[in-house]
Design a protein around this ligand. Structure first.
Ligand code: ATP
Ligand code: MG
Length: 512
């Protein structure tokens, strides 16, 4: 929306304008001189007022154009206003007299923004631009009987003034530049959010969010270095390929399947990916979604530049034969039940066609149990195997937990690691037991030796015994003895410390 100051209407006005321009150039010099003198003597607010009056009197009235950027257009928030506000945060300078400070309850950073009435001067490709923030308070409005019709509110806008000759440059080059700069600045300061499903009494889920606050990063992850590099390159390529996806007519989305035993870092890898890309995470627990239409609603309400994560895809839902408990209004025989094909539809197109830069991640402990339809080429673009700890993975963990790069026990540990299967989570737990590297590493050697002994003498029929003599959680044993994939799925959701208690209870019940 443009508001142009005094548009010339006739040719006679134009000739007056030419004469006026020449004199205006002369007078501009005078204004410059006055400007220099008053800036020494007069307070800034009065100075601005005087100068704007002088400019108004002497400068060419037809040369300035003002672009008004309202915060709202109708009920719709104006993206350009938001971008301008973010962009102008980067232009706050010591010469301003008033700025606004803001901190949201959840974020740690304080933001400083331009205050109403303040001006910012900017130069882009030789064009001089002047920003000003306008703020107008609208009073409550009443009808003729005195009843309140509308509540009062503050209407905010930015006014961007520049020479009207530069209008095309401003709209085609400067404003896209402002948008891009604001996007980059938002991205840099972005706090990654974790969205999970909340449920209201009627049963419909809605996303609720908290800060992700997960410290995982790629360099802290113990995983095959070649796979790590391949994944980082893949993510980099994905985010810079906006035009490529458009050109080839493909939805801008990417799917990753992370598979491997419990405790090998699948969830940590998801957090590392989110922190690396600064993408929000939507943790979609399919066990709580009961119909294709609900799934559609939930996925459509996710934002761009986000990751939808479905953990334990093999056992979090039995897509075909699941009792419908939650919806009282759910009609028997309704064909809206959540189905595998419903889910695949979203992965393939429906969901991706309504958003940009989406990533979907599935995790599983049992790739072999997944429906082949999920594994079909093109559906999950990259399959990443998270496996037991290797000597190189152990080096990463030793550096994370003990801040050491070498030790005389490393060779022995490397050798044991090649002989027994131990997860990075187990190693991490051992390394956390002492801050003293010698003590922690000796504990790890003992742990590995015990594990090796047990694997060579399977008299405990696969049970694992911890140092207190308790049976500890072991997925294979639990499944054999207790059966029921649901119980295992539920156990996976518990913290590791709770799993052992559950395991002991389940095994006791199974023996009775
Ligand atoms: N590859 C790894 N690198 C660094 N730390 C790891 C790794 N794997 C596991 N850990 C440590 O173990 C903890 C548990 O790992 P995580 O929850 O990521 O495993 P998971 O594969 O998702 O397990 P599950 O299949 O049970 O969900 C992590 O918080 C982290 O401290
Ligand atoms: Mg996990």
């Amino acid at each position: 929306m443009f508001s142009v100051n005094n548009i010339p209407s006739t040719t006679s006005v134009l000739s007056t304008y030419t004469a006026f321009t020449a004199s205006a150039m002369l007078v501009r010099g005078v204004v410059g001189e006055v400007q220099a003198i008053v800036s020494q003597l007069i307070p800034k607010r009065i100075r601005n007022l005087v100068l704007s009056k002088l400019e108004g009197l002497f400068s060419n009235p037809y040369s300035q154009m003002t672009l008004v950027i309202n915060e709202y257009e109708g009920y719709c928030i104006n993206d350009l206003y938001e971008a301008s506000e973010t962009y102008l945060q980067t232009k706050i300078s010591a010469s301003m007299e008033r700025v606004r400070g803001f901190k949201s309850p959840r974020d740690n950073k304080v933001m400083v923004m331009i205050h109403k009435g303040e001006r910012v001067l900017d130069v882009h490709e030789g064009i001089e631009l002047r920003w000003e923030m306008r703020c107008e308070t609208k009073e409550n409005s009443h009808d003729h009987k005195g009843n309140q019709r509308n509540r009062g509110y503050e209407s905010r806008a930015f006014e961007l003034s520049f020479s009207n000759k530069c209008m095309e440059k401003v709209t085609k080059s400067y404003l896209p530049y402002v948008m891009e700069k604001s996007r980059a600045s938002k991205q840099e300061n972005k706090v990654v959010k974790l969205h999970s499903l909340n449920f209201c009494r009627e049963g419909d889920g809605a996303w609720g969010s908290t800060n992700l606050d997960h410290p995982a990063t790629f360099d802290k992850l113990a995983m095959d270095p070649a796979v790590k590099k391949e994944l980082i390159d893949d993510l980099d390529r994905f985010v810079r390929r906006r035009e490529y996806y458009k050109r080839v007519g493909k939805a801008w989305k990417r799917g990753y399947l992370l598979y491997g035993p419990p405790g090998t870092g699948k969830s940590s890898l998801i957090a590392a990916m989110a922190n690396y890309l600064k993408f929000d995470v939507y943790d979609l627990e399919l066990a709580n979604v009961y119909s294709n239409s609900e799934l559609r609603r939930l996925l459509v309400s996710t934002k761009n530049r986000s990751m939808v994560v479905i953990e334990d895809i093999d056992c979090s839902i039995d897509l075909q034969n699941r009792p419908v408990e939650r919806f009282e209004s759910f009609e028997e025989g309704s064909n809206d039940k959540l189905t595998l094909s419903g889910l695949l539809n979203f992965i393939d197109g429906l969901w991706s066609s309504c958003g940009d830069e989406r990533i979907i991640v599935f995790t599983t402990n049992h790739k072999d149990k997944l429906d082949p339809a999920l594994l079909r080429p093109g559906r999950m673009d990259m399959h990443i195997h998270m496996s037991y700890c290797t000597p190189s993975g152990f080096r990463v963990l030793a550096s994370n937990y003990l801040c050491i790069a070498d030790h005389n026990l490393f060779d022995e540990i490397d050798e044991l690691m090649m002989q027994v299967e131990v997860t990075p989570a187990d190693v991490a737990e051992e390394l956390m037991k002492s801050e003293d590297a010698d003590t922690a590493l000796k504990g790890l050697v003992k742990f590995l030796q015990d594990k090796k002994l047990r694997s060579e003498n399977p008299d405990s029929d696969g049970r694992e015994i911890n140092e207190c003599g308790d049976e500890v959680w072991n997925e294979r044993v639990t499944k054999e003895r207790v059966g029921g994939i649901d119980k295992i799925a539920r156990m996976r959701k518990k913290p590791r410390s709770m799993r052992n208690i559950y395991m002991t209870r389940l095994l006791q019940n199974a023996r009775r």
